[in-house]
Design a protein around this ligand. Sequence first.
Ligand SMILES: Nc1ncnc2c1ncn2[C@@H]1O[C@H](COP(=O)(O)OP(=O)(O)OP(=O)(O)O)[C@@H](O)[C@H]1O
Length: 258
Amino acid sequence: MNVLEIKNVCKKYSNNSKKVNTTALKNINLTLRNNEFIGIMGTSGSGKTTLLNVASGIDSCDEGEINILDNNISEMDRNELSLFRRSNIGMVFQDFNLLNSLSVKENIMVPLLLDKKYELLEEGIVNKLANMMDISGILDRYPYEISGGQQQRAAICRAIINNPKIIFADEPTGNLDSRSSKKVLSYFELLHNEYNANILMVTHDPFSASYCDKVVFLQDGSIINEIRKQGDKVKFLNSILEIVQDFDTVRIKEDIDD
Ligand SMILES: Nc1ncnc2c1ncn2[C@@H]1O[C@H](COP(=O)(O)OP(=O)(O)OP(=O)(O)O)[C@@H](O)[C@H]1O
């Protein structure tokens, strides 16, 4: 079964004060199959975050539909969607989105408390995840007392504590140095390879994208290319870099022509 189907999706933003419409997504079709890790790349403003927000139900689309495990989330009302998202979707953001007034442990527990899944807390799920993500020594600290990499690993624990069917990640390494990025990416890889996690990740970074099975490239709201991993990560990284360089060359030529 496909985990996520994005079908003919279009999205416009209207800016009422200037009476300008921005077409952010143009007829997007994309499928995330079971046990797939897909990356979304593209230049700034190409529509990456909009696509992730629409696919995860944070935002609505104007045309088309989004199916998650055969449920059309575009047709759900607010309450249905909110419940559906809580039990099926895990989100990871560039700026971590941890609550500073809660300890790391409490932050990770939030989704279970919202869903009253106290039995999982008693089974020690927080400690298990913290061990897996190598943050068990900092559970009693507050987000402002730990590094960005540790905050992101705590945010991943929070995203997966409900055992979601899909993890959506928007530039999860965007605020991290290269060492912390590698560690965070290695945990995504672990979740994907060992726990069959399905992941859709936005990134502008070819190195991060090389952890995916497949990368799609957006430009001006359309998918203009896609590439599937064949061989190892280094080979995949080189293929991604070639495509990114081609885009850059075309863009520079267009800028010169303008
Ligand atoms: N809330 C909004 N209102 C109006 N226009 C928006 C809004 N959000 C995004 N846009 C526009 O939609 C287009 C796509 O934006 P989006 O944020 O999805 O791009 P992106 O590829 O994620 O960019 P970046 O890499 O810079 O984060 C851009 O032209 C952007 O200016």
